[in-house]
Design a protein. Structure first.
Length: 284
């Protein structure tokens, strides 16, 4: 949701500043993003992008996950809210803006303000949806004062219609429940470590913690964990089925996992889990 919001809103901003740009997404947007695309009547095309002179990346700052049609040397700017790898080295020709806020959408909105421009109603709604999704309705641990201020200012410009945020989250929950195994695999990301690579999947939906028994029955493999986040409460539980891998994770997080589940009173996100495992509390 955050990435789609940033892509469309930043495209609007650059066009307003006179740049001939087009928004390009690779793959299928998630349920929250599809909800808003349909709600706003935004049509997408399956055609490959035309020739381009340069690329701006939003909500991504690493080679891993880079769209296949993007040459790293063609990247002119990077906007992200978490640090994976070394974007300044990966994208040698780019101006890098990686800032530790809750959502990349916050940074994009701040760029509107810096330019003295106001986002349209469409972009204002998308940016609010992205920030609310990434910060667990401003109650998650990654929330910063900048995210709170962005939501307040965007709401003053164009408040979200009643019930839209709840419908957005309901769309994500419905997609997860439709095929839990597929959802776990779709949301999985692999990370490299000197002790061996590991996989973290993250599912975010209301009532996520109720899914533990069903996920425990899935064949996930050895070095695999699933972070279940309820954005409404907000709380989270990290499920680590394999005993050997669980002991390794417990040692690095400094948290016990009785019965393979680690709970967090305030929803801990994957970026925080990975940062602590890597020994980098401020990383992503």
């Amino acid at each position: 949701m955050d990435g789609v919001a940033c892509c469309l809103a930043f495209t609007e901003l650059l066009k307003a500043m006179g740049s001939p740009v087009v928004a390009v997404l690779e793959g299928r947007p998630d349920a929250e993003a599809r909800f808003w695309l349909e709600r706003l009547g935004i049509e997408t095309s399956a055609l490959p992008p035309a020739e381009f002179l340069g690329v701006v990346l939003v909500d991504i700052s690493a080679i891993d996950g880079l769209p296949r049609f993007v040459d790293p040397a063609a990247v002119l700017e990077v906007i992200d809210h978490r640090s994976h790898g070394e974007p300044s080295h990966c994208f040698a020709n780019a101006v890098v803006h990686v800032e530790m806020v809750g959502a990349a959408a916050t940074i994009v909105f701040e760029r509107f303000r810096q330019a003295g421009l106001v986002p349209s109603q469409e972009s204002s709604w998308l940016l609010q949806a992205g920030i609310q999704s990434n910060t667990q309705c401003l109650r998650g641990p990654v929330t910063t004062p900048r995210d709170v201020e962005a939501i307040a200012l965007l709401h003053a410009l164009h408040p979200l219609p009643d019930g839209m945020l709840q419908a957005q989250f309901a769309a994500r929950r419905a997609e997860i429940l439709a095929d839990l195994d597929a959802a776990v695999q779709r949301e999985a990301k692999t990370f490299e470590h000197t002790d061996g690579r590991f996989v973290v999947s993250q599912l975010e939906c209301h009532g996520a913690l109720e899914l533990v028994p069903q996920i425990e029955r899935l064949a996930l493999g050895g070095r695999f964990m699933v972070n279940l986040v309820d954005p409404v409460t907000p709380t989270s539980q990290l499920l680590v089925p394999d005993p050997l891998f669980r002991a390794w994770v417990e040692d690095r997080l400094g948290v016990a996992a009785p019965h393979g589940v680690m709970g967090a009173a305030r929803g801990m996100l994957r970026k925080q889990i990975v940062a602590r495992i890597m020994g980098n509390e401020e990383g992503g």
